[in-house]
Design a binder for this molecule. Structure first.
Ligand code: NCD
Length: 314
């Protein structure tokens, strides 16, 4: 069995900047490739045997929760799961995050947590002896999504340096966007086009971080002007649940749409990505176009999460 030692001692996974190290990223990719290959042969390593993992979700999820849980089970681990922690755990009785985390520490070997409040994964890690994996913290970050996104870019276009990407939609509340941008800052010669209406503009701290890292970026409201310039179109959903004012949401929810017309305007080898779920921002009629990579992207999530669980818990 492939039992190579990893260079970095990953414990908690809280933010994308933990993966700025090129060597670490390469190791994760190699491990994900290995898992994919072994899965095809039905011979996945049982490296999580004897490990119990809590999947503690305060917010809805399909891909993140299922891919993490399936990854853990397929590697021989056991999962205990709450899909609506705020309702079906003692959180509903007013228990604090700190006490919840301390309690779970008594029962399991790792916690995969999705929370509605930004910064909560970081706080959870402060009270946890066992690994905390951030599966999304409000409008904050979604680091494992960024890893599967960049892994998908590598698989689809063959490189993760020297390429251009348009990130479209909700740059304000989209945590996948936030983590992806942090990760892209550690790559070389990446051009980022940030496409959003003014009200969903990328937060100031990201602008500062992009500038500090020396990453090329442009902000625009006009999707049309970047379509033929990029290798990757990363489309996102307007995060309805983060709006205080639903009228505001209605006004901007359909601003950008990738459809057959869009596909005519992008380059022959530009790929379309989306963290999913999509609502109206990608017309299902483009799903069969070979450049639509979003379901392959979702599948890659399974192998990236196997790699991560293996690194952390083996
Ligand atoms: C995203 C999320 O939860 O942040 N989904 C996911 O994990 N793939 C994106 C979204 O909800 O729009």
């Amino acid at each position: 069995m492939f039992r190579k030692k990893y260079t970095n001692n990953l414990k908690h996974i809280i933010e994308a900047k933990q993966f700025s190290n090129r060597k670490l990223l390469k190791e994760i990719f190699n491990r994900a490739d290995y898992m994919k290959e072994k899965d095809k042969k039905g011979k996945l390593p049982q490296s999580l045997k004897g490990k119990r993992i809590a999947s503690f979700f305060y917010e809805e999820s399909t891909r993140t929760r299922f891919s993490f849980e399936v990854a853990a089970l397929a590697l021989g681990g056991k999962i205990v799961s709450t899909e609506k922690a705020s309702q079906f755990s003692s959180v509903a009785k007013g228990e604090t995050l700190k006490d919840t985390i301390r309690t779970l520490n008594c029962y399991v070997h790792a916690i995969i947590m999705r929370h509605n409040i930004e910064g909560s994964a970081k706080i959870a890690a402060q009270y946890s002896r066992i690994p905390i994996i951030n599966a999304g913290d409000g409008k904050g970050e979604h680091p494992t999504q960024a890893l599967l996104d960049i892994y998908t870019i590598k698989k689809e276009i063959g490189r993760i340096d020297n390429f251009s990407i348009a990130i479209i939609g909700d740059l304000k509340y989209g945590r996948t966007v936030h983590s992806l941008i942090y990760l892209l800052e550690s790559r070389k010669r990446v051009k980022i086009y940030l496409v959003s209406p003014k009200v969903l503009k990328i937060p100031e701290e990201h602008i500062n971080s992009l500038i500090a890292s020396g990453t090329y970026f442009e902000e625009t409201e006009n999707l049309g002007e970047v379509l033929d310039k990029v290798d990757v179109l990363y489309v996102t959903r307007v995060q309805k649940e983060r709006f205080d004012n639903q009228k505001e949401y209605e006004k901007i929810k359909d601003l950008y749409k990738v459809d057959k017309e869009t596909m005519k305007k992008i380059k022959e080898n530009t790929i379309i990505m989306h963290p999913l779920p999509r609502v109206t921002e990608i017309d299902p009629r483009v799903d069969t176009d070979p450049r639509s990579a979003y379901f392959r992207q979702a599948k890659n999530g399974l192998y990236i999460r196997m790699a991560l669980l293996d690194m952390i818990l083996r």
